[in-house]
Design a protein around this ligand. Structure first.
Ligand SMILES: NC(=O)c1ccc[n+]([C@@H]2O[C@H](COP(=O)([O-])OP(=O)(O)OC[C@H]3O[C@@H](n4cnc5c(N)ncnc54)[C@H](OP(=O)(O)O)[C@@H]3O)[C@@H](O)[C@H]2O)c1
Length: 177
């Protein structure tokens, strides 16, 4: 504990274009070159859990962008490129088993990333915190952050920051019944 989502979405709730494109995330003016709090967040994370599609996107960045252990969820990918063998591990289990396994390895603060992955963790009521940054664009279509849930889940608002009068970053924590 906790399992945390830290993600950016369009106003209409998409995390990427239909083709996976995320250029629109970086089009907001950022004269100070701010990371909008990401490094502070990642410093407190023990490990990152991401879906295979998000992993494939990260591979295209050139230099590996993460300085924390990364666990990639996939039923189809069985191995990682040689240069990432000490940084990335593939897991193929259900979300509860994944959290149990990683907690047993002393990874407690987990960053859960990727649309389908987040949706699956939400369905299992395994997301404790959501930090969501709204980008002022309507994409119209794309890869959605949320899917239907079979019951409601309540969160409390922790805080909202507005950056450059454009990005609205809100932090929510799950209320336990
Ligand atoms: N806006 C943002 O801040 C942000 C952040 C992250 C990602 N993105 C974008 O989001 C897109 C990726 O999201 P996505 O919804 O396509 O999917 P995703 O969650 O990154 O990847 C989905 C894949 O993960 C695997 N998977 C998920 N749960 C699993 C489990 N329990 N066990 C085994 N495998 C599991 C499956 O891979 P297999 O098919 O191999 O089994 C599944 O097809 C990318 O385009 C990326 O650019 C945007």
């Amino acid at each position: 504990m906790p399992n945390i989502v830290y993600i950016a979405t369009s106003i209409d709730g998409f995390i990427a274009k239909k083709d996976g494109g995320i250029d629109w995330l970086f089009e907001v003016p950022n004269p100070d070159g701010s990371d909008f709090g990401f490094s502070g967040f990642i410093n407190n994370i023990d490990a990152i859990v991401m879906g295979r599609n998000t992993f494939e996107l990260a591979l295209r960045f050139g230099d590996w962008p993460y300085n924390k252990p990364v666990f990639v969820l996939s039923k189809t990918v069985k191995s990682v490129p040689n240069n990432l063998e000490d940084k990335v591990e593939i897991l193929n289990q259900n979300p509860h088993a994944i959290v149990k396994e990683l907690n047993s390895r002393k990874y407690f603060n987990l960053y859960i990333d990727g649309g389908k992955t987040i949706q699956e963790f939400l369905k299992h009521e395994l997301i404790d915190e959501i930090i969501i940054t709204r980008i002022p664009i309507l994409l119209g279509e794309g890869i959605p952050l949320f899917d239907v849930l079979n019951k409601e889940q309540k969160y409390e608002h922790i805080k909202t920051d507005i950056f450059n009068n454009a990005l609205v970053k809100s932090h929510y924590r799950k209320l336990r019944n």
